[in-house]
Design a protein around this ligand. Sequence first.
Ligand code: LP5
Ligand code: MN
Length: 263
Amino acid sequence: MTDFQFMQKAQPTVALFVSDLHLQASLPRTTAAFLAFLQSHAAQTQQLYLLGDIFEYWAGDDDLATPYNQFIADALKALQAQGVQLYWMAGNRDFLVGQAFADAAGLTLLQDPHVITAAGRRLTLAHGDAQCTDDHAYMAFRAQVRQPAYQQQFLAMPLAQRKAIIEGIRKNSQDANQSKEMAIMDVNAGAIDTLFAQTGTDTLIHGHTHRPALHRLGEGPAGKLRYVLPDWEYDVETPRGGWISLTADGALHRHDVNGDEIA
Ligand code: LP5
Ligand code: MN
C-alpha cells in the first residue's frame, strides 16, 4: 500500500467554538490574535460560536460608542458579510450584550444552554458558569444580576457609573477568587449530569473555568463527552488560547494556542 492510500482528504470545517477571550483595549496582543483568528480560521468555517466572556466586561450596548468596542463589532460584522454565521452566548462578564450589539456585529444571540445539530451531531453549548453550583456566593450573585428588572435599573444609570460599579465587582471577584478553593470554581458533576439529561445529548462544549480538557464521562453507549475551552491571554510571556472545531465528518478537534490539533 502506498503512502497516498493512507492520506485522507482534509474535512471541511463546519463550526468553530471559542470563549473567554476577555477582550479589552489594554490587551493589544490578545486583540490582534483574535483578529488574526477571525481572518484566517474563522473565515474558513460555516459557523462561529462565541460562547461567553468574549469581552472583559460589557456595560450595556450604548458602550458601542467606545471605539474599541465598535472595532470588535466591525470585525465580526465583516466576517458575517463574508458568509460566516455568527452566534453569541453570554458569559458572566458580558451578559448585558443586547440586540443593538447583535445587529452591529451581525450575530444571533443564543440562550444558555443551547443545543445545535451540525455535521450530523447534536451538541449542547453552555458558557459553564451556571454549572458551578458549589460556588454559592457566585450563584447568589448570578441569580440577582440575571433578573431583567435588575438589569433595567442598572442600564438606566449613566454609562460611566455602570463602568465604575462593574470595576468594583471585578475587583471584588478577583479578591474573592484568591481565597476560593479550585474545586469550588469548577463545574459540579451533578449539574453536568442534569444538563445531559435535560438536553438528551452526549456531548457538551463549555468555557468559563479556564481548564481546557476533554473529559470522558462513563463508558459505552451511555458515555458522555465534556469539552472545556481555554481562555485567551496573549499579553503575557507564555500566551494561552485555542478553540474547538467541528468538521463535516462529525469529528470534534481541540486546537492549542498555535492552532495545532491537540491529540
Ligand atoms: O469573572 P471571574 O473569572 O473573575 O469570576 C467569576 C465570578 N465573578 C463574576 C463577576 C465578574 O467578574 C464581573 C461581573 C461583570 C458584570 C457586568 C454587569 C454587571 C451588572 C450588574 C447589574 C445587572 O462573575 C466569580 C466566580 C468565578 O467566576 C469562578 O466561577 O467565583 O464569582 C464571584 O466572584 C462572585 C462573588 O463571590 C460574589 C460577588 C459579590 C459582588 C459584590 C459587589 C461589590 C460591589 C462593589 C461596587 C462598587
Ligand atoms: Mn466566564
